[in-house]
Design a protein around this ligand. Sequence first.
Ligand code: S3P
Length: 444
Amino acid sequence: MAARPLASLASGPLKGRVRVPGDKSISHRALMFGAISTGTTRLRGLLEAEDVLNTAKVLSALGAPVTKAGGEWHVKGRGVGGLSQPDSPLDFGNSGTGTRLMLGIIAGHDMTVEIIGDASLSRRPMGRVLGPLQQMGLEIEGARDRLPLVARGSSNLIPITYELPVPSAQVKSAVLLAGLHAPGETSVIEKEATRDHTERMLRHFGAELSVDTLDGKTKITVKGDAELKGCDVVIPGDPSSAAFLAAAAALVPGSDVTIEGVLINPTRVGFYEVLREMGADVSFLNERDEGGEPVADIRVQQAPLKGVHVAAHRAPSMIDEYPVLSVVAAFAQGETRMDGLAELKVKESDRLAATVAGLIANGVDAASEGDVLIVRGSGAVRGGGLVETHLDHRMAMSFLTMGLASKEPVTVDDVAMVATSFPEFLSLMQSLGARFGMGAEARG
Ligand code: S3P
């Protein structure tokens, strides 16, 4: 597919009320949990972006048809252990979440499947899920920890207790999903809280799951040989997508934007808390509960910002938001230091390196040292640079956000990947007053 460069241009005040599409993490899980439940699961607000649609195709290929009916999506569940051998390789496209969580489900089935993905996904480490899943009984052909992989599951999995070596909700979820298919109890211990959508939603589907805290660690246990029942799920707006709109509103002078119906689960809102600490005017309005998750309308008004220290323990609650937070930090007065970012190196791209390169290309004083990212803001950004996105949707959206408030346009080398998580990004931004075009760099 040919790359589609695009520039963002200095824009007038951004104003209005918008809704962002459904949360990506919850959308993947709702489809998957529906597929391993009995009966039909009905989903409202599903994210219709490439990553999630790939998961839907994979589940259909495994014998659990996913269909759209009016504004809802329906999953015809096959029950725990009830999926069937697919005829062709399972293609997860760009999605680490889809791949890693589905490996946990495939582990519990007597089937051999080939798993493939795009160039970005094929570079990402799978050993972090394969390790515990192999302890449980999954077999992998060859000593591979990258896609393409051939995985052989088993209906005789062994339950384990697994302490996460890296704070990863994907690894936690993969082990818990495999645990549903094993006899007895499977536990995951985490030192740092990662997003807890799997725990919340498994309970909603009727799984027996307990969460205990001990010596500052959390132990999550699922009961195996589980029976899940299909149900209705309402998927709230994605705070990681809303972060780009919130950042733009915080930066573009005179802006006042409200994003309706956004998930404000405490394991996901680190970015908004830091934005407030930087001096941004951020309010959570009309807080409510939707489908077992807390939701609010998020209002952001532009205000002068200052640099802050973002401690390492906050990383899991905002792991996908560091590129756009770094963009915000470039417009603040003073230094923003972000600690504990090792996980950023293994996302859809090496986001630590790509963020620093993108900032420097636009005249920002930025550097990384080990797993620390430092941005020295001077209150304004020159812009004018061409940013390499490395097949990474969040790099594209972060730097397009930058160009709305910088002096010169900011060009990204390819905007096509935005469809991975947020196909409506450009049109929603434009509806608020954002301007995009072809930058000089892209034309040249
Ligand atoms: C996700 C977890 C995070 C996040 C990803 C979605 C999930 O990854 O970066 O976009 O849905 O569980 P890790 O859990 O590997 O940090």
